[in-house]
Design a protein around this ligand. Structure first.
Ligand SMILES: [Fe+2]
Ligand SMILES: [Fe+2]
Length: 299
């Protein structure tokens, strides 16, 4: 990374920090013997967060059957710890970095649309391939491009130049960023996710999602990378990053083939058709995860 840019990032006093409860949940989740009770009690210490997590857990994205999930304890039992931690992370990041923020509204809107679309598509592919990523697919998709938010916020003019260059040349944005800024959204995202003490798989995805074969968590990173490409194919890209591509020639696809996933059974045309309505789903997810809590949750 360009030392001058890294220095500026290191010295940004108001670099966003995740709410303490979200950080604590992430730390707790790393412990091998953590109990459901410890996790749910931790989330309940932030009542608006707990309410939002329950609202998302009861939304059409997760809910199975007609019975309402009324407590976090029950949510963890029914959905699994991974999914609930995934929802907690996504709700915290969306509130922190403002999917509904009016500053830089159009960049932020297209940024979050792209990231939520990537998360939702990653979940679908995860199920098709039987990967059982337990919520890490969605959160990985949601956060893969998080470095762009920092570049846009603190190096706005140069970041815009990079976006413009990427769309003019029809080249990947990170190549244009390297040329204009001397760094990329992957390096900046890597710095931020480490600073936030996020789990290693997220640190890995932010750094390697454009070259998943280099990742430590290769299957998850390749999954997110493929979802990222499919989101772009459905016009849910952001920041001018729309190079043409053939999915089966991409490193993400090749990596998943190498890892032994049944890619032959994956019908690209069918997936593309199935995600036709992804834009409405994205809107519904952001609304559900961002709405202010009407009242504190209990239990
Ligand atoms: Fe990216
Ligand atoms: Fe992306």
């Amino acid at each position: 990374m360009d030392e001058a840019v890294l220095d500026v990032i290191r010295n940004i006093q108001d670099l966003p920090t995740l709410p303490s409860v979200a950080m604590e949940v992430m730390t707790l989740a790393k412990a091998p013997d953590v109990s459901i009770r410890e996790i749910s009690e931790c989330i309940y210490r932030d009542p608006p967060l707990a309410t939002k997590v329950l609202r998302v857990a009861n939304s059409t994205f997760y809910r199975r059957g007609s019975q309402e999930i009324e407590t976090l304890h029950r949510a963890i039992l029914m959905m699994g710890l991974g999914e609930v931690i995934g929802i907690t992370t996504s709700v915290s990041v969306l509130s922190l970095l403002g999917a509904r923020d009016s500053r830089g509204a159009s960049m932020r809107a297209s940024f979050w649309n792209h990231c939520v679309a990537t998360g939702l598509i990653a979940r679908r592919i995860d199920r098709k391939l039987g990967m059982k990523s337990q919520g890490r697919d969605f959160v990985g998709g949601l956060l893969h491009d998080i470095g762009k938010i920092i570049l846009d916020g603190y190096f706005h003019d140069r970041f815009e130049q990079a976006c413009e260059l990427s769309s003019r040349r029809r080249c990947p944005l990170h190549l244009a960023e390297q040329e204009v800024l001397g760094t990329t959204h992957m390096e900046v995202g890597h710095y931020l996710t480490r600073k936030w003490n996020l789990p290693p798989y997220l640190v890995d995805i932010t750094l390697h999602h454009h070259h998943p074969d280099k990742a430590q968590f290769r299957d998850l990173t390749a999954l997110v990378s493929m979802a990222d490409l499919l989101a772009k194919a459905r016009d849910l890209s952001c920041c001018g990053d729309t190079p043409p591509f053939v999915l089966k020639d991409q490193e993400a696809w090749e990596t998943l083939v190498k890892l032994g996933y049944p890619m032959d059974g994956l019908d690209v045309e069918r997936i593309t058709f199935e995600i036709e309505d992804i834009a409405q789903e994205v809107e519904a997810y952001i609304t559900t995860a961002s709405e202010a809590a009407p009242e504190a949750a209990h239990g």
